[in-house]
Design a protein around this ligand. Structure first.
Ligand SMILES: Cc1cc2nc3c(=O)[nH]c(=O)nc-3n(C[C@H](O)[C@H](O)[C@H](O)COP(=O)(O)OP(=O)(O)OC[C@H]3O[C@@H](n4cnc5c(N)ncnc54)[C@H](O)[C@@H]3O)c2cc1C
Length: 346
């Protein structure tokens, strides 16, 4: 049997490793950090399909998570609208989710190497999979913004609904209920919208991008200091996949985070890769064909919702876009459910 090596032990890497190991495939995961660990993420999952849950055996991991049925959107502290979600969003911290996936992959027989940074110089080698997440160091188009993400857990949160989205100046923040009665607040920021001097903390950034109101609510919500995390240089929708290599999850481009759909797509790409990688491991498919098949399926199955999300993203970030979007949603000219369907994989 050919061994499989996965660089990156996030959602895509761990779920694929667990599924391969359960099928008797020898698999190694190289993760630069250690579990459990906090990670910048809105920590709510929308649009995770039943088939993906089944193929990757995710039910034991997700059975007890929070379920959010309603979302409320705000702009500059003012409530814009509240809507029921077409299907419940799942609220779980990355601290818990990734650690659970790692445990299950290990139990199934996968070899987990924590604290193991992989340069992926071996990316062209057969059996090596790039699951290192979103691009930070890639050379994107010069005009593409490199986003900053910040997050923190709140111990006492007075929620308007399980899921809140707050639109600011070239930034937005999500607040989602997670386990233990906590909430997670996560901000995505275009650095051009916030002077470096204001980037001292989540609260100071919220003030600088017109979200003082949310900052005020967070100040009384008892922030868990150990959960404060930040990341910079994130390129959205930037794919590292190229001929002869196999990338999954954000490695093939991250969908805009407002959708809450990136985690579901990471799982979906792992589920799509699984039969081809297993066939390679068993010697039934050569590596080049395996890479080709995965790239084709991932792109045709997941490309559409990413394109729609990319098209809608600017509406969330500029005053004119927010005004047009809010008026459209209020009047029904922009129908909520069809927009949700377009930005979520069926
Ligand atoms: C600000 C922000 C908010 C978001 N909010 C949401 C949300 O609410 N809901 C949602 O569904 N999605 C959200 N996303 C997107 C979501 O986080 C990703 O789509 C998802 O995590 C992708 O999973 P992945 O396995 O591809 O990558 P990750 O989960 O990022 O895993 C990659 C792993 O690789 C490891 N790694 C990286 N480089 C190396 C290396 N060189 N060697 C070894 N290991 C390495 C990392 O430590 C990490 O553990 C958000 C993203 C951002 C930036």
């Amino acid at each position: 049997m050919n061994p499989i090596h996965i660089a990156g032990g996030g959602l895509a890497g761990l779920s694929l490793a667990g599924a391969l190991a359960r099928r008797g495939v020898p698999v190694h995961v190289y993760e630069k950090s250690h579990y459990p660990r906090h990670k910048v993420c809105g920590e709510f999952i929308t649009g995770l399909g039943a088939e993906t849950r089944h193929v990757l055996e995710l039910d034991p991991v997700l059975d007890d998570v929070c379920q959010h049925r309603r979302t409320t959107w705000f702009r500059g502290g003012r409530k814009l609208f509240s809507r029921d979600l077409p299907a419940p969003a799942l609220g779980i911290s990355r601290w818990r989710l990734d650690a659970r996936l790692a445990e299950r992959a290990k139990d199934a027989g996968a070899q987990l190497h924590e604290g193991a940074f992989q340069s992926m110089d071996d990316a062209q080698n057969p059996g090596w999979i790039d699951a290192r997440g979103v691009s930070r160091d890639a050379k994107g188009h010069a005009r593409e913004p490199r986003w900053i993400g910040l997050k923190a857990h709140l111990r006492r949160w007075d929620a308007e609904s399980g899921l809140e989205l707050h639109l600011g100046h070239r930034a937005y923040a999500g607040v989602s209920g997670i386990e233990g009665g906590r909430a997670n607040v996560c901000l995505l920021l275009d650095p051009g919208g916030c002077p470096p001097a204001a980037r001292r903390s989540l609260e100071s950034v919220l003030g600088a991008v017109g979200l003082e109101d949310l900052g005020g609510r967070i100040r009384v919500a008892d922030v868990d200091p150990a959960s404060r995390t930040a990341t910079a240089g994130v390129l959205l929708d930037h794919s590292r996949a190229h001929s002869g290599t196999l990338a999954i999850g954000d490695g093939v481009g991250m969908i805009a985070p407002f959708t809450g759909h990136g985690m579901a797509l990471a799982f979906r790409s792992a589920a799509l890769a699984l039969p081809h990688v297993e066939a390679y491991a068993r010697g039934r498919l050569d590596w080049a064909k395996c890479c080709e098949a995965v790239a084709r399926e991932v792109s045709s199955s997941l490309g559409g919702c990413k394109r729609w999300a990319r098209w809608l993203h600017p509406f969330l970030l500029t005053p004119w876009g927010q005004s047009v979007g809010a008026a459209g949603l209020h009047s029904g000219l922009l129908p909520w459910r069809p927009l949700y369907r377009l930005t979520h994989h069926a």
